[in-house]
Design a protein. Structure first.
Length: 323
């Protein structure tokens, strides 16, 4: 039976509802318990969020936000990709944020998380996957012609992790939104680096059943380049050759859960209780496969500012544990 874990934060000691205690070495001597997911009432919720905000301001040495640096990564065939880098402060693990399918680092939730974490002094890298587009900065339309494949995305993310390692970041937590969470998990499996501490998946939704998956696999193996259209992830009409569509469509529910079961590092899944694409049955399967499932009851996809604070609290708590 899966256990849903509402986070309980006590500084400098954090106790999760998984039966384990996690000591955190922090100079702050305050001890405030915050339960960000099961609020008994709106007034209590506001007091708890305010208490946590004061705690963060007092204990994370947030003496001003970290300025973003724009960095570029040279890829093959004359391509390059772009990312925002916040150097951060202190010795906590660095974070690499992985955006959702076809999105960018400027997406609503990704950008909001980046700014909030950077303001709290967290070192983080926020890349935009190139998806075969030179210096891409805008989301790609589903109906555009897509030639990129899943493995190219993972190879690009790997290059960004190597860039972080080159900056002296020896502890890294991957945080991925929706499909970006599964790509972060795939990266952790392929890289197998001791620097990777954990994967945090935000709203890791179950994909729909792909159409004609066997036919796509055959066409991809035969190298057919004709453009086809299929529903794919968040797209009703995704346009591309068979190899592009198959590379993503093959990440069906069974493959996702297998990858989760074989994860080489800790995986946390933060889900909204009102997200209909993440129903109780899917949360159960995520937990059974090994994820620590943390539920925010009233949230949908966390783009609502009222729920962004709870999401941030869970991520910060995870960084404290991994740190």
């Amino acid at each position: 039976m899966t256990k849903l874990h509402p986070a309980r934060l006590a500084w400098p000691h954090w106790r999760a509802n998984d039966g384990y205690s996690h000591s955190v070495n922090r100079p702050c001597t305050q001890e405030v318990a915050v339960t960000p997911v099961h609020f008994p009432g709106e007034r209590t919720a506001k007091r708890q969020r305010a208490a946590f905000a004061l705690l963060v301001l007092g204990c994370l040495s947030s003496a001003g936000g970290s300025a973003a640096q724009t960095v570029h990564l040279k890829l093959d065939a004359g391509q390059h990709a772009e990312a925002r880098y916040y150097p951060g402060r202190g010795d906590r693990p660095a974070v690499m944020l992985v955006h959702d399918f076809l999105a960018t680092a400027e997406g609503t939730l990704t950008d909001a998380l980046a700014r909030r974490l950077a303001r709290d002094g967290v070192a983080l890298l926020v890349p935009t996957l190139s998806l075969g587009v030179l210096g891409r900065r805008a989301p790609l339309a589903c109906e555009a012609v897509h030639l990129h494949v899943f493995e190219q995305d993972i190879a690009e993310l790997r290059r960004w992790v190597e860039w972080l390692l080159g900056k002296g970041r020896t502890r890294i937590v991957l945080v991925g939104q929706r499909f970006g969470g599964w790509q972060a998990l795939a990266l952790a499996q392929r890289l197998l680096s001791p620097a990777l501490q954990a994967v945090i998946m935000i709203s890791p939704r179950r994909p729909g059943q792909a159409q004609d998956l066997a036919a796509l696999r055959t066409a991809a193996a035969q190298g057919k380049r004709e453009l086809v259209q299929r529903p794919l992830l968040s797209c009703q009409r995704f346009v591309g050759p068979a190899d592009s569509i198959y590379s993503y469509a093959s990440w069906d529910a069974a493959r996702m859960l297998d990858a989760l079961s074989a994860a080489p590092i800790a995986v946390r899944a933060i889900v909204g209780g009102r997200d209909t694409s993440l129903n109780a049955a899917w949360r159960q399967r995520l937990g059974d496969a090994g994820a620590l499932v943390q539920l925010v009851p009233d949230a949908v996809d966390f783009r609502d500012p009222r729920h962004l604070g709870a999401l941030l609290e869970l991520i910060v708590a995870s960084l404290m544990i991994e740190g």
